[in-house]
Write a protein that binds this ligand. Sequence first.
Ligand SMILES: [Zn+2]
Length: 346
Amino acid sequence: MPTTNPTPTTMKHVTMHWNPADPVAPNSVEELIHRSNCLGTDQRITNTGGGNTSSKISEKDPLTGEMVEVMWVKGSGGDLRTSKKENFSSLYQSKLLDLQRVYAARAEKGLKSPAEDEMVGMFSHCTFNLNPRPSSIDTPLHSFIPHAHVDHTHPNAAISVAACAKSIEVTKEIYGDEVVHIPWMRPGFELGLAMQEACKNHPQAKGFIMGQHGLINWGKTGRECYELTLELIEKAAEHIEKKQAERGGEAAIFGGAVQAALPEEKRREVFAALLPWLRGQVSQKKRFIATIQDDEKILRFVNSKDAPRLAELGTSCPDHFLRTKIKPLYIGTAPKADTPVEESLR
Ligand SMILES: [Zn+2]
């Protein structure tokens, strides 16, 4: 059975940043910007630069003076947290849908076909009001989902569901019929068409878990869409927390600990000895600075039995590659008391 719906006040794994009293007009670009900034402010919801949001809004066409449906969607580059109007592309929704006929007429089409790639270049022909912002590769997803407001995010909790071996079953267990699992497909025209079809086949659905990728969901209003995004993430996180507790809690995670962390003071000593040398190694062609993270969660991972194997598997969501690269380098060698720390890494 699906879990009961969490409310904003009971959510532990996401934070509601959109105050109902915030002065934004419904179904406006300003509302879309506000929703996007609120989503991006909670960094558990999506990675920096990742995810996108859209609203289909009625606007006056400068060419005809008539009202037309315009899809505003976060364009390439930029971050949801800091997005402004210039970060969104605006496209005629009817022209985007017309592209389906252009695509259908192509003889050789399909996933990763030249025809699919060529459709990316067609989006700029659908530009509304000379907006220069290039549209995102996710444009067909937002356009072909037949709902007014759509959020696409990469929350860790949803990715964990999307990338696990039993993703289809787990999606069902958490969400019942309200969220449907869509198998992995690279973002593009074909994925947009697949989502359009899934919306037809599952009219009750409020969102999709995108296999090995993330979450996409929608609402009749911007506010409804935002609250649903939070609710779906919260449900996934609650489920993971519950399963973790049933399986021995934090002590058993990642196969359990195989070594204890050095005391904090000792860790500082090791960093002081290691980091100048390490920066020298990586900065020979281009200067780099490092960020250190040795909080409880990171230490639990690096000291665990499964860490070397899991690190080698790399990140689960392709969007994370952009920032983190495909996989971390796990170095299992603990510095020995009588060996300078940089020696033990050579
Ligand atoms: Zn994505």
